[in-house]
Design a protein around this ligand. Structure first.
Ligand SMILES: [Fe+2]
Ligand SMILES: [Fe+2]
Length: 297
């Protein structure tokens, strides 16, 4: 681990804290995260799912991640399979950094679109914007955490810049055309993110990523997640990040179920019956496939 971000020269400032405080996740909540898939019910859902599948295929190709083939081959020839398809710490880190550098785009674009729309049409936003911007902030924190463990080279930096240039504009146009499809798309993307981190944790537990075992979490992660003493390892970081991805999955699938013009954001609302489980900031009542409109609005 190295000091990737040099301290700024600011003698008057002691500390700059995070604008958005991260909710505290308990260990049992994080262990309860499961992979999930919301079935595509409408044409808009199917468009979103197809786009995510195409992107996943492209990314797997680019980062040498071939889970299905690896599983098939490992049944026949485990040693060769590991040589050919095994994910090392390095390969995972490349994938994580690239993914996270892109993952922070949709929330910012969606938040921006709703901000501008609210002013343009002189309408209330009903509380969506903050959740969307907070999501992009959270994704950027994931990136900063990983950057404490690896320093991308020139090729990676160029790839990240190119990807951002294309993805920002594509998502922006997509959001203008159909915000519902755009949120569904992010919901499906986050299904994939939850899956990838679940595999990463499983590979670590299976002893395939020995360099990460017992590794101390970067300070930036300990501060941001308020990680308890004794639970400040790389595995704990991955548990937190996976839980965040599952949260984004829930938020975006839910937002895709809502009326984009009228409905308030249930994740920042107070409910008439607070006893009944409802959407909120934390992950205590996490719904992997999102809340249906009838159940929360
Ligand atoms: Fe992320
Ligand atoms: Fe995410």
């Amino acid at each position: 681990m190295k000091d990737f971000f040099p301290k700024p020269d600011s003698p008057h400032i002691r500390r700059t804290s995070a604008a958005w405080q991260h909710p505290v996740y308990t260990e049992s909540q994080m262990n309860a995260i499961t992979i999930a898939h919301r079935s595509a019910r409408t044409t808009s859902d199917r468009v979103a799912l197809t786009l995510v599948r195409i992107l996943r295929f492209g990314l797997d190709l680019a980062t040498g991640y071939k889970h299905d083939k690896a599983v098939a081959l490992s049944k026949k020839d485990p040693k060769f399979a590991n040589q050919k398809y095994g994910m090392s710490e390095r390969k995972y880190m490349i994938r994580n950094i690239f993914l996270e550098s892109v993952a922070g785009v949709p929330g910012m674009v969606a938040g921006m679109c709703r901000h501008l729309r609210s002013m343009r049409l002189m309408r209330r936003d009903n509380g969506w914007m903050e959740t969307l911007l907070e999501e992009s902030y959270n994704e950027r924190m994931h990136l900063l955490i990983f950057l404490k463990m690896a320093e991308p080279g020139l090729f990676m930096r160029v790839m990240v810049m190119a990807a951002q240039g294309v993805f920002f504009n594509a998502f922006f146009l997509g959001y203008l055309m159909s915000p519902k499809t755009a949120h569904r798309f992010v919901g499906y993307l986050e299904e994939e993110a939850t899956l990838t981190y679940t595999r990463e944790i499983a590979d670590m537990d299976a002893g395939k990523l020995p360099k990460w075992v017992g590794m101390r979490a970067p300070d930036i992660a300990i501060d941001y997640y308020k990680m308890e003493e004794g639970k400040q390892t790389m595995r704990d970081v991955l548990l937190h990040i996976r839980a965040d991805e599952a949260k984004h999955r829930e938020v975006n699938h839910t937002l895709a179920n809502l009326d984009q013009n009228e409905d308030p954001n249930p994740f920042v609302s107070t409910f008439t019956n607070p006893e009944k489980p409802h959407p909120g900031k934390g992950i205590e009542h996490l719904k992997p496939t999102g809340w249906e409109r009838e159940d929360c609005i």
